[in-house]
Design a protein around this ligand. Structure first.
Ligand code: NAD
Length: 297
């Protein structure tokens, strides 16, 4: 028998995630501020609520998928939702937000005896639609055990990173490294091309040498080297520059919070911000290659 699930935030990610829960046979009720998302949800069999406060009562599991820290804090704490949730309800926040915000909200949940997990995702809209997301989870292992069957209906890989907030930290660390790898790869490729090398030949050499990395393996940023990647499609689709900048901002906040030194992440963030200023915010993040292009090309 399916679980009773409440879902708040039915946008680009939350919409298809909720649809996969409905497909798996759960009873899902949901709410979003944007009416269009509610009609799509209803057309897949979801029960639309008039307000967030109606979603959070009488459910086994409550899931939120909101844009940023301020939305999560204002929903759970500002709108007073936390005080309406039953202690038996498992709360899973899948939004990518600051670890510090996650800790504040989790503490408020704990104070009411509610189990809460942070479970930010990797895999993008494609992964949300196909139900192949990776969940990077922070919180108690017992809560994760209870959440697993539900998470498996929306994703493929589930990692436990540690206590509350650890899921956010791991997600931020991964995306900061990804931005550094992608910009470094783009820089090396352009250096080779400027010195007369074929980018495909250079890519293959570096892929099999000590510079080998994920971008060279499956997401080459240089146009024409690899098929089926955004570089071959004018950098349309994929993971937006805007979202990478958001995640790098969270990495900088987390670094500041704990006095960590992140010069490479800071440099990558500045590269991406300047890239966005040239009107590239809605392009895939591998478009950072354009920053290195020669004027005469
Ligand atoms: P989105 O803007 O498409 O969806 C968020 C939804 O939350 C919106 O529809 C908005 O109306 C709703 N919302 C905001 N405040 C609300 C409130 N108080 N009550 C009810 N609804 C509310 O964003 P998205 O692309 O779905 O991303 C959601 C989260 O997932 C973000 O934290 C993002 O960083 C993360 N993420 C996104 C991707 C991606 O590729 N889009 C990939 C991985 C992680």
């Amino acid at each position: 028998m399916g679980a009773k699930i409440g879902f708040i935030g039915l946008g680009n990610m939350g919409g298809p995630m909720a649809q996969n829960l409905l497909k798996a046979g759960h009873d899902v009720k949901g709410y979003d501020l944007v009416p269009e998302t509610l009609s799509v949800f209803a057309s897949h069999g979801g029960v639309v609520c008039a307000a967030a406060k109606d979603v959070v009562v009488d459910v086994d599991v409550l899931i939120s998928m909101l844009p940023a820290s301020s939305h999560v804090e204002s929903l759970y704490l500002g709108e007073g939702i936390m005080s309406l949730i039953d202690a038996s309800t498992l709360v899973i926040d899948c939004s990518t937000i600051a670890p510090a915000s996650t800790r504040v909200v989790s503490e408020a949940a704990k104070a009411r005896g509610i189990q809460m997990l942070d479970a930010p995702v990797s895999g993008g809209v494609g992964g949300a639609v196909s139900g192949t997301l990776t969940f990077i989870v922070g919180g108690e292992l017992t809560a994760l055990g209870a959440a697993k069957p539900i998470l498996q209906d929306m994703g493929k890989n589930i990692f436990h990173a540690g206590e509350a907030g650890a899921g956010q930290v791991a997600k931020i660390c991964n995306n900061m490294l990804l931005s550094v790898l992608m910009s470094g790869t783009a820089e090396a490729l352009q250096l080779g091309v400027d010195n007369g090398l074929d980018p495909a030949v250079l890519s293959e050499i570096m892929r099999k040498s000590s510079g080998g990395n994920w971008a060279l393996e499956v997401y080459n940023p240089y146009p024409g080297v690899m098929e089926g990647v955004p570089a071959g499609n004018n950098y349309e689709g994929g993971f937006l520059v805007d979202l990478m900048i958001k995640d790098l901002g969270l990495a900088m906040e987390a670094a500041q919070d704990k006095g960590a030194s992140t010069p490479m992440g800071s440099l990558a963030r500045n590269l991406y911000i300047n890239h966005r200023k040239q009107g590239n915010g809605r392009l895939d993040f591998s478009s950072i290659q354009k920053v290195y292009n020669r004027e005469d090309e």
